[in-house]
Design a protein around this ligand. Structure first.
Ligand code: ATP
Length: 262
């Protein structure tokens, strides 16, 4: 492992049915870094995130997550140290679940409430996180009655509940309208600038969804890293055109990016 790295991937590859989904990826993430993984559909972003979550073992190369070698460690050990939100996990949250329950139950690593009594400290932490994500007024509503944008924020509060060392967000802005996206980005920018926040890795297809304050980017195309490094040097017309396989123009202003066909 490279000193205090949160993630340390050394030449990792993933092959399924003889198809390479990821090839020869070297990637290191440190605790104070905020990474965005960007690339077109099918580039391998979710596969890379699954390795970072300790849920998938690479076919080749070595992946060290929070100091533990993926494959050697019981994934169960890592589960409270990593917060993750994905569309698949969100689907498992029962619609009738109260927002407070959705968040507080993460402390027990279960979906769905199964205890009648909360630890008061757990409940206080859940309420603080729900407030910080800007959905404090909804704490007693059922999850199924929330808008998509409100749900996304509750999912992030839930992922933060165990005070993880690494937070993985798979397309958190997908399906949000403009206001919802902008509000979520504001919350993620606040999180990115919080020194107590965990290392962050956010997957997206769109440069418009990169929250200001994110420090690094990794661009993927067909399972291969096109570019990686500090965000301003990485999100360029040249790299983005290579990642998406078409000539693109990129503009940045006050930490926000936009892209369009050249
Ligand atoms: N278990 C599997 N077996 C075979 N192919 C797989 C498997 N899992 C993923 N793939 C393929 O690997 C490629 C990368 O998938 P992945 O979900 O990582 O991409 P992605 O960049 O997250 O895509 P999207 O942006 O569309 O979500 C896709 O072509 C997908 O069909």
């Amino acid at each position: 492992m490279i000193d205090d790295a949160v993630l340390s991937f050394d030449g990792i590859g993933v092959t399924r049915n003889r198809n390479p989904l990821l090839r020869d990826i070297d990637w290191t993430v440190y605790p104070d870094e905020r990474w965005v993984i960007l690339g077109p559909n099918g580039a391998g972003k979710t596969t890379l995130l699954s390795i970072a979550a300790g849920q998938l073992h690479p076919t080749t190369g070595g992946a060290i997550v929070l100091g533990e070698k993926v494959g050697r460690t019981d994934v169960w050990e890592l589960r409270t140290r990593i917060g993750i939100t994905t569309a698949k996990m969100a689907e498992r949250i029962p619609g009738e679940e109260r927002v407070l329950d959705v968040v507080v139950t993460a402390a027990w690593s279960v979906v769905g409430r199964w205890r009648e009594q909360y630890d008061p400290l757990d409940e206080a932490r859940a309420r603080t996180l729900i407030d910080q994500l800007g959905v404090g007024a909804l704490v007693d509503r059922t999850y199924g009655t929330l808008s998509e944008g409100e749900r996304k924020r509750v999912q992030i509060a839930r992922a933060l509940m165990t005070d993880p060392e690494l937070l993985l967000l798979d397309e958190p802005a997908a399906g949000l309208d403009l206001g919802g996206r902008e509000d979520l980005l504001k919350r993620l920018t606040a999180l990115a600038s919080d020194p107590a926040a965990p290392a962050l890795v956010l997957v997206t297809h769109h440069v418009e969804e990169i929250p200001p304050g994110f420090t690094h980017a990794l661009l993927l195309r067909e399972g291969v890293v096109v570019a990686q490094g500090p965000v301003e040097q990485t999100i360029t017309a040249e790299h983005l055109s290579a990642a998406f396989g078409q000539p693109l123009l990129v503009q940045s202003s006050e930490g926000r990016f936009t892209a369009r066909a050249a």
